[in-house]
Design a protein around this ligand. Structure first.
Ligand SMILES: [Zn+2]
Length: 255
């Protein structure tokens, strides 16, 4: 069984940044069949609204992971859309030159906000996916900055030429799956929360198996449990293979 994990934080609040810690994580992940892992960065270490300098430091750490394990990590460039187009273009260009393959967005702003436009255009130009933190925040004050699935799906609808990965199937649940219907540029990842029976099956039934990507959200979650929620689900072997591996393989245009 081959696996690509599209949602991981190998460095989290400063932990995991040394080479021995990274080597240990890579060896453990490979022992479970994980061939490649997207590293999203230590996204909350400087709070929800990082400055350009703080983003550069976080992305430089991801660059270091890539240098240590170039065949294993797929780094995403962590950006803050509220800093404006000039700032995001310059950090994105720097990261793309270093081999980054996507953009990570957290909770600096809601995915509905107009500040998203330059970023979404830049992602489309470079044909790289945007992974947007998403959670069920309907009716909650936190929605101002924590995108609800309806916000992230609206973003994908507004920018049909940009690929969007809506993070945290287990954080947005059934309502998010329903919101994701009919959006060919929107992918969902299976990360976060504790697993519960039936959700993967429901997502495959409603969306088909081609837009679902395996993700873990380590170190907040445990790899074995995250893999088990896919392997233990009642879907076809070919759907499991697509979710765990082929869909991401195609998305990242891997050889
Ligand atoms: Zn995450």
């Amino acid at each position: 069984m081959k696996i690509i994990d599209v949602h991981a934080h190998p460095v989290f609040f400063g932990k995991g940044k040394t080479k021995p810690e990274t080597d240990k994580l890579v060896a453990y992940a490979k022992s479970l069949g994980i061939e490649k892992m997207v590293c999203l960065g230590d996204v909350l270490v400087h709070g929800p609204n990082p400055s350009a300098e703080q983003l550069e430091a976080i992305n430089t750490q991801s660059e270091q992971l890539l240098a240590w394990h170039p065949d294993f990590f797929i780094p995403f460039c962590y950006l803050n859309p509220t800093l404006g187009e000039k700032s995001l273009r310059s950090e994105l260009d720097r990261c793309l030159a270093a081999g980054f393959q996507g953009i990570k967005l957290e909770i600096a702003n809601n995915a509905r906000d107009p500040v998203m436009e330059p970023l979404m255009r830049a992602a489309a130009e470079h044909d790289i996916p945007v992974l947007q933190h998403t959670w069920d925040t309907l009716g909650k004050a936190m929605r101002k900055t924590h995108s609800d699935p309806s916000d992230t799906c609206l973003l994908a609808r507004r920018f049909p030429d940009t690929k969007v990965i809506m993070a945290h199937l287990y954080g947005f649940g059934v309502r998010g799956v329903l919101e994701a219907i009919g959006l060919p540029n929107l992918y969902i990842d299976t990360s976060s929360c504790l697993p519960f029976a039936g959700l993967i099956e429901y997502a495959v039934e409603k969306l088909g198996p081609d837009r679902i990507l395996y993700g873990s959200d380590i170190p907040i979650r445990e790899l074995g449990q995250c893999i088990g929620r896919v392997t233990g689900s009642d879907i076809s072997p070919s759907a499991k293979e697509k979710i765990l591996y082929s869909n991401a393989h195609t998305l990242f245009k891997l050889a």
